[in-house]
Design a binder for this molecule. Structure first.
Ligand code: ADP
Ligand code: MG
Length: 213
């Protein structure tokens, strides 16, 4: 699909929320070993509320959809990741203001600003073993994909692949932020749960927007 309107993007957000909800056991298992164990439940709670809210609302433009989504996640999810996933959808809103539908370049610009927002909000640096280590390779992969395709599904698929390479890389990182910092070398070999969530979110959006309406 070359253009995605608010309806297509709403469906994609609902599909992505379902993928996150389904991943709760995996996220809980990993965060229980290298964190405080609440990441899966936090994600499931936040994205369940989001799914209900989106399903019950008509959004005239992508701006309203992502504005409501970001606020909902900040409010309903809690934990560091609630604020950070909310920020991902809120920071780039000015890029899409007034647009009826988004093309590939709009989506890349929107998510790129969102990723910058997550970085400045959480102050995580590359290599700290956080979701930023999935978001940055996702951003590079999207930017590269945009040079050869205008298909939104393909661009987001590239973002998912970039995020998954970031998830792999977090296995070799020692946490420098958040609660898993206390686990020191014990976290080696385990991926960061927030990074996994990023890959699932992008994968859910990609799959949905590859299908068309
Ligand atoms: P909490 O750390 O409050 O228990 P969650 O368990 O919901 O929050 O989320 C943990 C995930 O949040 C981590 O796996 C990491 O990816 C991400 N995270 C935590 N702190 C930061 C930060 N400052 N910047 C970016 N990501 C972070
Ligand atoms: Mg936690």
């Amino acid at each position: 699909m070359r253009f995605a309107n608010a309806l297509a993007l709403k469906k994609a957000m609902i599909d992505a929320a379902e993928a996150i909800i389904a991943a709760e056991p995996e996220l809980t298992r990993i965060d229980s070993v290298i964190g405080d164990g609440d990441h899966g439940i936090g994600m499931k709670t936040g994205f369940s509320v989001l799914r209900e809210q989106l399903a019950a609302t008509v959004f005239p433009t992508p701006y309203e959809l992502f504005h409501a989504s970001g606020l909902c996640l900040v409010k309903c999810m809690g934990g560091s990741s609630g604020v950070l996933f909310g920020t991902l959808f809120i920071s780039g809103l000015d890029v899409i203001k007034g647009k009826e539908a988004l093309n590939g370049a709009d989506i890349v610009a929107f998510l790129t600003k969102g990723i910058q927002g997550v970085k400045s909000r959480g102050r995580a640096k590359p290599g700290d073993k956080t979701m930023v280590d999935a978001l940055l390779p996702a951003q590079s992969a999207m930017e590269l994909a945009l040079k050869s395709t205008d298909d939104i599904g393909e661009i987001l698929k590239a973002a998912e692949t970039g995020a998954l390479s970031g998830v792999e890389a977090t296995k070799n990182m020692v946490s420098r932020l958040g609660r898993s910092k206390n686990f020191r070398e014990q976290v080696l070999g385990w991926p960061d749960p927030g990074a996994i969530s990023v890959s699932i979110l992008l994968g859910g959006l990609a799959k949905s927007l590859s299908q068309g309406l």
